[in-house]
Write a protein that binds this ligand. Structure first.
Ligand SMILES: Nc1ncnc2c1ncn2[C@@H]1O[C@H](COP(=O)(O)OP(=O)(O)OP(=O)(O)O)[C@@H](O)[C@H]1O
Length: 630
């Protein structure tokens, strides 16, 4: 050991003696002379290039640190002497990062060609400046491969590695500018943990992947490389979670564009110019930005004086000239009320995909149960399945129940109780004027001018669903029918394409009018023409997205039963005639014994009974159809 140390010491002394004895210029000349006969070529990659920073230097650092260390193609060029790498972890990256230590050398095999990398560091005592550079040495005959393949490979790999290790950032607006200290999103939501219909999830993932790999395609078709998503649905159904999953999947930063914090269109322009590529710009609850609301609906603009951004300002920012300055951008709008958004904002090309996130289904629940409780089946699943569709519970609410305990039994029992209460809440509470007056009298409801309601022959319904309160007015004689429709089928006009309460009330009157007629009329009295007109009305209602599938079904049943109704009518006629005959014959045989007449009476009675049975069986059928009506 001592001899090795003394040998190394002697070598160091000789090296410094050579340095002292031979001047720098002579050393450089000798070096150049040896290089002239060398087949090696060296590229020097400095930190700066021209007047700007050298992106190849940065890429080499990442490539060598991340790729080469992990790669099986790394060779130790120093003949077995230990290699030194720097290792560390910055706050804004997920993993450890590695780098070559000063004067370390490694060889990267690229397509069988050895590429020798050296990292150099020099400190000038006179200028006090530290200089760092990489040297890439290779055989001259491989110069073309290096230029056209290897260097681009280094750049691409470094970009990919940077994206992989980079933490997604969340940017918010502070005083007309993106806050300089963007926070790292450590949101754990991914497409694996997001509970959603499997087909929809796959569809969104495919869409994102084809977008991200579509650079050439977008260029070819002459469209900007950007994509717009509208996420709509009730609160807590996973809109923000989906955005987090998208950001994590793509490794894109999120820019939360809170329009109420933007003072003008020009500030919006400035903000968007600062948004980096590979980012998701999110405008949450876009319907709440009143100036951007549906112009056709004639909304009141002044009620939100703080919001200064105009619709045209936003449209321009999304797909006007301004957006040409960026690439690989995704714009996401979220809303609880899609119908309130101006159609101009939603048209294809701006919002390419409209994704509805809805209440928890049984399949969504099973994914949440697997995520939260690690269970895939349980005795209580059957009851959950029975309740979940009608409960209209959001995934957030279901997840909340599943987090209450680590014991699946406790959680599922709690969830079932919760769903049961939601099911009964989801039944609409219908209040007629009388109930309202009583509530006003008892101070449950604030007093309201009900003058008009009293004077008109109409009844107002307050339909309170789990997330909406609607008022409809229908004729008083239809009130009870409407109440039953709501109780049995929920708010059937909730998803209608019409908006005004007046029009929706008229639609409800049409539905109730049909039911009233069907309840009152004997089916055999119904003419085919009248039935046809009812069916046409129901079709029109369905066209307007009124949920009357159940009424359509009843009308179908009645149509099928119509020949039976006609038959029933003739049976009744025959029975009536028989009864008259029996009465007449009984009078005739009174006091005299006429065996043949008595026999005839018996026969007619038997036939009448038979007819009554047939009629009653047909009528039972008709009643069943009627019972199907609310
Ligand atoms: N589909 C889902 N899968 C898994 N978890 C979900 C899902 N939807 C909601 N959650 C849970 O509920 C929480 C709230 O959901 P989220 O904020 O994504 O809903 P939202 O639709 O954006 O609500 P809002 O309209 O009120 O903004 C999430 O943090 C997540 O824990």
């Amino acid at each position: 050991m001592a001899s090795v140390l003394s040998l190394l010491g002697a070598f160091t002394i000789i090296r410094s003696t050579i340095r002292e004895l031979i001047p720098q210029e002579v050393r450089a000349y000798l070096w150049n002379l040896t290089q002239r006969f060398s087949s090696e070529f060296t590229l020097v990659i400095e930190r700066t290039h021209g007047s700007s920073s050298n992106s190849l230097f940065k890429a080499a650092a990442i490539y060598l640190g991340g790729h080469v260390l992990a790669s099986a193609t790394v060779f130790d060029s120093t003949g077995g002497s230990p290699q030194r790498f720097l290792v560390g972890k910055s706050e804004n990256v997920r993993n450890f990062t590695y780098a070559l230590d000063k004067n370390s050398e490694i060889v990267d095999l690229f397509r069988g060609v050895p590429m020798k990398w050296k990292f150099r560091l020099d400190f000038s005592a006179t200028t006090q400046i530290e200089t760092r550079w990489y040297e890439l040495c290779f055989n001259k005959k491989h110069a073309e491969i290096v230029k056209s393949e290897y260097l681009p490979h280094v750049l691409d790999t470094a970009k990919r590695l940077k994206d992989q290790t980079r933490t997604v950032k969340f940017h918010i607006i502070r005083r007309d500018w993106w806050c300089p200290s963007a926070v790292n999103i450590d949101h754990p939501m991914t497409f694996e943990t997001l509970a959603m219909d499997a087909d929809l999830k796959k569809n969104i993932l495919d869409d994102l992947n084809s977008f991200i790999n579509g650079k050439e395609y977008y260029k070819k078709i002459g469209r900007l490389w950007k994509r717009g998503y509208l996420l709509y649905g009730p609160p807590g159904t996973g809109k923000s979670s989906l955005i987090a999953a998208m950001a994590n999947h793509l490794n894109f930063d999120i820019y939360n564009l809170n329009l109420s914090a933007v003072k003008s269109d020009s500030v919006l322009e400035d903000l968007l110019l600062q948004v980096s590529n590979r980012s998701i710009i999110v405008v949450e609850d876009i319907d709440c930005t009143i100036k951007l609301q549906n112009r056709e609906a004639g909304e009141q603009v002044d009620s939100f004086p703080r919001v200064q951004v105009t619709l045209s300002g936003l449209l321009n920012a999304i797909d006007g000239l301004l957006s040409c300055c960026a690439n690989e951008r995704i714009v996401v709008f979220t809303t609880n009320y899609k119908e309130r958004i101006d159609p101009a904002l939603l048209r294809a090309g701006r919002m390419d995909r409209h994704i509805c996130l809805s209440y928890c289904t049984f399949s969504t629940f099973k994914q949440l149960a697997a995520n939260y409780l690690n269970i895939f089946n349980h005795d209580h699943f059957g009851r959950v399945e029975e309740l979940i569709e009608n409960a209209k519970a959001s995934p957030a609410e279901v997840a909340g129940e599943l987090m209450k305990s680590k014991d699946p039994e406790v959680c599922l029992e709690g969830l079932i109780a919760f769903l049961e209460s939601k099911v009964s809440q989801a039944r609409f509470q219908i209040t007629s004027i009388e109930d309202r007056r009583l509530e006003e009298k008892n101070g449950i409801r604030p007093k309201k001018d009900t003058e008009n309601e009293h004077s008109s022959n109409a009844t107002t319904f307050l339909a309170v669903g789990c997330d909406s309160v609607r008022e409809y007015r229908v004729k008083a004689d239809l009130a009870l029918i409407l109440k039953n429709v709501f109780l049995k089928h929920g708010n059937i006009v909730e998803n209608s394409s019409l908006n005004s309460m007046q029009c929706l009330s008229s639609l409800l009157e049409v539905v109730c009018g049909i039911i009233q007629r069907l309840q009152a009329v004997e089916f055999e009295e119904l003419t085919e023409v009248e039935l046809e007109s009812m069916i046409t009305s129901v079709r029109d209602l369905e066209y307007l997205k009124v949920e009357v599938g159940w009424l359509n079904k009843r009308l179908d049943e009645i149509t099928q039963a119509l020949p039976l109704a006609k038959h029933c009518s003739s049976l009744k006629e025959e029975r009536g005639k028989n009864l008259q005959d029996i009465e007449k014959m009984e009078k005739e045989v009174k006091g005299c014994e006429d065996e043949s007449k008595s026999l005839k009476i018996q026969e007619t009675k038997a036939r009448t009974e038979e007819l009554s049975e047939k009629i009653s069986s047909i009528e039972t059928k008709f009643n069943q159809i009627r019972d199907g009506l609310p």
